[in-house]
Ligand binder design. Structure first.
Ligand SMILES: C[S@@+](CC[C@H](N)C(=O)[O-])C[C@H]1O[C@@H](n2cnc3c(N)ncnc32)[C@H](O)[C@@H]1O
Length: 340
């Protein structure tokens, strides 16, 4: 059966298998194939091909003969009515696994944690995700199974990011956004990454190599520390200037840049007009907001009004990143300033 594959030398086999699993990209319904002295890892087709792991090619595969559990819930000896109340999905961040649990299942967290620890290849620690809180958007996590700290290295878009899940915001669900925004940076652009967290936007942009200059800002010292640690491991690290500061202070007296990323979805609107002053003529602002679904269609025009009207700004596009609540989504808006 034909499928998409990542082709790598045998010596990189285990590393590649782990990275693809962590990114949820590895297909388990097909056997790993061979092409001379190279391995062909079958990968899912409905997401952008992973970058930096190997060559992406089309290949012929055989169906997998070993059928282990396809779902962690198969490892729980619970009545099916109870199993049906368990969430199907979970997040993997490096060797950490996070799951959101309904209140009525919290007392059974350790059983669920043990099942996930067994199910997710390479998992070290499983936690209950109690959401993010406070201005620094720190995640509250409760250990369910496994051991060790909440710090890890997470691979996305071919980069290994230092992450401290309790100390600084990070979500593996934004990987495509990090890659998409980076792909919109043109040669010679200068970029601000405002509220950069552990820096996935700034890092992806720096790695791509087109930006002339990147300034990444966050008020959380732990986020800044993680970003600096990641940058120190890459040759392109010197291209990113990391600033530990509050937006309120940072925004005054800055030179406008061609690209500005602003990801502070709950409070960003408070700063939007000041942030817009950091966008140069014909430059673009990548702005994130949690938007009510029924107001979504008019939101781009509302944002243009907040910024001073359509002679100065236009909404280039808006896209849903992921659902946020039963009635709202995290939405990415691209806003462009008029040229001179
Ligand atoms: C939703 S996180 C975004 C992180 C990152 N851009 C990403 O995609 O992973 C928001 C970040 O804004 C930072 N933050 C919140 N209020 C801030 C402020 N007033 N000034 C500077 N940073 C702030 C938090 O510390 C947090 O890291």
């Amino acid at each position: 059966m034909k499928g998409r594959a990542v082709r790598v030398p045998r010596s990189l086999g285990e590393e590649t298998r782990k990275a693809l699993r962590e990114q949820g990209m590895l297909r388990t319904d097909l056997e790993v194939g061979h092409d001379g002295d190279r391995l062909l890892f079958p990968i899912v087709e409905d997401r952008p091909a992973p970058e930096g792991l190997g060559e992406v090619v089309d290949a012929e595969f055989s169906p997998s003969s070993s059928r282990g559990p396809q779902d962690y819930r198969e490892l729980l000896p619970w009545p099916s009515a109870e199993l049906a109340t368990l969430p199907r999905s979970f997040d993997v961040v490096g060797d950490l696994v996070l799951i959101r649990l309904p209140t009525e299942l919290e007392s059974r967290g350790p059983e669920i944690g043990a099942a996930l620890l067994h199910f997710v290849p390479g998992a070290r620690l499983v936690g209950q995700d109690r959401g993010v809180q406070g201005p620094e958007r720190r995640r509250r996590v409760v250990r369910l199974a496994g051991s060790g700290p909440w710090t890890t290295r997470h691979r996305e878009n071919g980069l290994a990011l230092d992450v401290d899940l309790e100390g600084a915001y990070f979500s593996p669900r934004l990987a495509r956004e990090h890659a998409r925004v980076a792909s919109e940076v043109r040669s010679g652009d200068r970029v601000y990454d405002l509220c950069c967290g552990v820096g996935p936007f700034a890092l992806t942009i720096a790695r791509d190599g087109r930006a002339a200059n990147i300034v990444a800002v966050d008020a959380n010292p732990r986020a800044v520390e993680c970003l600096r640690a990641t940058l120190s491991r890459y040759p392109f690290g010197a291209r990113v200037e990391v600033v530990e500061d509050r937006l309120e202070r940072f925004l005054t007296g800055r030179t406008p840049f061609e690209r500005v990323v602003f990801n502070l979805p709950h409070e960003g609107i408070k700063y939007l007009s000041s942030v817009a002053n950091l966008v140069s003529r014909a430059g673009r602002l990548f702005y994130y907001e949690v938007a009510e679904r029924d107001a979504r269609d008019r939101r781009p025009d509302e944002l243009v009004e907040v910024l001073g009207g359509s002679t100065e700004w236009r909404a280039v596009d808006s896209r849903t990143v992921h659902p946020y609540s039963p009635t709202s989504d995290l939405v990415a808006f691209t806003l462009e300033r008029a040229g001179s």
